[in-house]
Design a protein around this ligand. Structure first.
Ligand SMILES: [Zn+2]
Length: 132
């Protein structure tokens, strides 16, 4: 692998990860069309404007799709992979924790939180209303 020089400087992906390290989950909002953007971009995917600002999403979302990734118990057991529609609109790939992979259902209300995963902060979801 070569050095990922493409990520040098304060590109939106780097800013996103820096904010996450500070415990802040942020998405972008377009000043031109009002749309919300995730994953971080340089220009709005909806209208092409570069007028993007970081905002704090509510953290609430709905499971759009869910997949169970089968793993042996010694490898940590089954994992789930979900697409969550954030309340603000963007769809993000993540996983739901706190319940078994098979219990995650489409349409389930979930809430985001930031965990440490392999030494890096990661946004995951929990069933809404449950203690984190
Ligand atoms: Zn826009």
């Amino acid at each position: 692998m070569t050095n990922a020089t493409i990520f040098e400087g304060d590109g939106p992906e780097k800013v996103y990860h820096e904010l996450l390290k500070q415990g802040k989950f942020r998405i972008q909002r377009c000043g031109a069309c009002g749309g919300h953007i995730f994953f971080p971009r340089v220009i709005c995917t909806l209208c092409g404007s570069a007028d993007l600002a970081w905002i704090a999403p509510s953290g609430r979302g709905t499971v759009y799709s869910t997949t169970v990734l089968r793993r042996k118990p010694e490898s940590g057991g089954n994992l789930n992979l979900v697409l969550v529609d954030l309340e603000e609109g963007p769809r993000m790939m993540s996983r739901v924790e706190g319940i078994s992979a098979e219990e995650v259902k489409i349409g389930m209300a979930v809430e985001a939180s930031i965990i440490e995963d392999k030494g890096a902060p990661l946004v995951v979801f929990h069933p809404a209303g449950e203690a984190k």
